[in-house]
Design a protein around this ligand. Sequence first.
Ligand SMILES: Nc1ncnc2c1ncn2[C@@H]1O[C@H](COP(=O)(O)OP(=O)(O)OP(=O)(O)O)[C@@H](O)[C@H]1O
Ligand SMILES: [Mg+2]
Length: 262
Amino acid sequence: MTTTDAEKKHEVPRKARESLVFAENITMKFNKVVALDNVNFDVGYNEVVGLLGDNGAGKSTLIKVLNGFHRPTKGQIYFDGNPVHFNSPRDSRDAGIETAYQDLALVNLMTISRNFFLGRELERRIGPIKILDMARMDQIAARTMAEVGLRNIREMQETVSFLSGGERQAIAIGRATFFGAKLLILDEPTAAVSVAETEWVLRLVAEAKHSGLAVIMITHNAYEVFDVADRFVVLQQGRNYADLKREDTSAKDLIEVIAGRK
Ligand SMILES: Nc1ncnc2c1ncn2[C@@H]1O[C@H](COP(=O)(O)OP(=O)(O)OP(=O)(O)O)[C@@H](O)[C@H]1O
Ligand SMILES: [Mg+2]
């Protein structure tokens, strides 16, 4: 992540100064496919934004541009008031953006506790040698998991391949709160999740907001996100289509907007 002199001199747009995230005029092309076409997107401090749109609208691509998984073809991202250039999700994590992808969130063959600390492992010293502090990592992971309501886990040494969809999301959310992320990005956190677990995940999103985080939640389900989000951004075929505050719309209305009928 670097800021060039030219950018320092360049005036930071007002929207960037007032928002936690501001993505300005983002275009993302994959060869001939234009996944994002001049998209503007912002998330306020401590705001929960529902990112909605039909299949292929560009939702996942947008969050992958935000977290450094993709470099945009064009456009500028600002985070916490500064222009940023994330070269990898690791960069954005270091800056305070925690992303839970639908599929890539966790490493299946690793234990719960190793997944929790992925890239931020705790170490301890034995004389001149540094080794992973498994006991402390297990202890912290277990405590945080209990706090987010993951009750049925017996062992932090279990691999995550046995976990349900909701439990996986809970690990990602727990990780974000524990490591003090500023922004939590959830890509369809309820897509492969039972009804009971969906309620749990939505409650965790509300709690994340309560503890000061901003959240981007991608979903297909307007009813689900309606209660937890403050604002809804709808993309259509890679373009901005609507940006609605909760008080100005309803879940039913949103469905019409997503379908392009309004
Ligand atoms: N790595 C890639 N290479 C080529 N095309 C891509 C790539 N990633 C996304 N696309 C294309 O970009 C467009 C937007 O895809 P994206 O995954 O962002 O949509 P989405 O809104 O997340 O859809 P869904 O609701 O199905 O998850 C689609 O046409 C998709 O095929
Ligand atoms: Mg997607």
